[in-house]
Design a protein around this ligand. Structure first.
Ligand code: NAD
Ligand code: DAU
Length: 331
């Protein structure tokens, strides 16, 4: 089985490639990645020998067409992924997330290849803080940010190509991921690395916003299950069920790192900040038998902290530029 992985030098994509090489040796993996600020070949260093790497853009139709022709299945992770960046400069989000997905869809259509499209729970908008309801596969789309609007657009394109052109594709919408190799712009690694460099962690607003935290390996195992057993044209929601607000997470990071739990700064809130995300993942659990293995978030977070502690060579080059961007935004 020849697999083309777009965005395989990013956080989830790189962990997916590690996971595939370790657990699914039958796959021949080719990574296509533009190596934006968010991508790093270093993230693939442990598996470099077993993986072909192509440095290129998913909007390059000729390149994408050639690589798709050489693959049996395409797993599409590549995206601009950070909400704060999308509020500052939406253009790359429109280009990569929408035009890039369109380019891949045209190639899989012409070569009759299987596609799995990676999406996010953010396409559904948000839920009230005091509610107990959850997103389901039937929840109408209601994105809030340029990031989530561009991801919602890409999902719509995939669904249209399935219906109108008979493209064989599956979609998944996962909740927030955590784990190794996540860029330090994101909440969990930003706070861990702030502590490691002697900076105070930063909490947006009051920190009441709730996210559902899923370990990246659990997300990727779900993707493998969908590739193996998912039904064409179907969407699967993925989430651990472990919901926590940002303040709780930050206090836990500080506790696990031996700091006072109030040693952080409140900074200005994200405009349009989504309140709560929560996925009902009954479908993937009952139809495909998926279960998260990282049931204990505290242990998963402690292991993630440990990874950042021991891999400064990986994250240090990103840190100053990332904090300089946040400084401009006042956060
Ligand atoms: P990331 O920002 O860490 O990585 C994105 C990767 O895509 C990078 O390697 C980057 O170089 C590459 N890329 C960007 N533009 C490209 C282009 N035009 N052509 C080729 N490559 C390009 O993102 P991530 O957090 O790993 O997210 C991966 C996917 O998972 C995204 O589609 C995202 O929407 C989705 N997702 C993320 C989360 C999360 O918590 N991080 C949760 C659910 C879904
Ligand atoms: O739900 C899935 C989504 O999760 C993915 O689609 C996105 O690609 C991914 O970035 C993530 O989006 P969020 O906006 O939820 O993640 P982020 O890590 O940026 O922020 C998590 C929460 O923490 C959010 O409520 C904002 C808050 N936050 C973030 C940062 C960077 C802070 O309080 N302080 C911070 O410094």
């Amino acid at each position: 089985m020849r697999m083309l992985v777009t965005g395989g030098a990013g956080f989830i994509g790189a962990n997916f490639v590690h996971h595939a090489v370790k657990n699914y040796p039958a796959y021949e993996v080719c990574v296509l990645d533009a190596l934006t600020y968010a991508g790093s070949r270093d993230s693939l260093a442990p598996v470099a020998e077993g993986v072909r790497f192509v440095h290129g853009d998913i909007c390059d139709a000729e390149l994408v067409d050639r690589l798709v022709a050489e693959a049996d299945v395409v797993v599409h992770f590549a995206a601009e992924s950070h909400v704060d960046n999308s509020l500052h400069d939406p253009e790359p989000f429109i280009r990569t997330n929408i035009i890039g997905t369109y380019t891949i869809l045209e190639a899989v259509r012409h070569h009759d290849r299987r596609l799995h499209h990676i999406s996010t729970d953010e396409v559904f908008g948000d839920l009230a803080l005091d509610a107990v309801d959850r997103f389901t596969e039937q929840t109408p789309y209601d994105p809030s940010s340029p990031y989530s609007a561009a991801k919602a657009s890409s999902d719509m394109l995939v669904r249209a190509w399935v219906r109108s052109f008979g493209v064989v594709a599956t979609l998944s919408n996962c909740a927030n991921n955590y784990g190794p190799y996540q860029h330090v712009e994101k909440f969990v690694p930003r706070q861990i690395t702030n502590v490691l460099v002697g900076e105070r962690p930063k909490l947006y607003g009051a920190g009441e916003n709730v996210r559902e935290w899923t370990h990246v390996d659990d997300h990727n195992e779900a993707v493998h299950l969908i590739l193996a057993k998912g039904r064409a044209g179907e969407t699967y929601l993925i989430g651990s069920g472990d919901e926590r607000n940002n303040k709780e997470i930050l206090e836990l990071v500080l506790e696990l790192m031996g700091q006072p739990t109030n040693a952080f700064d409140h900074v200005s809130d994200r405009p349009g900040h989504d309140l709560r995300y929560s996925n009902d993942s009954t479908k993937i659990r009952t139809e495909l038998g998926w279960e998260p293995r990282y049931g204990d978030f505290r242990a998963g977070l402690a292991a993630t902290i440990d990874w950042y502690r021991h891999n400064e060579w990986w994250w240090k080059p990103q840190k100053d530029a990332t904090e300089a961007k946040y400084k401009l935004l006042g956060r």
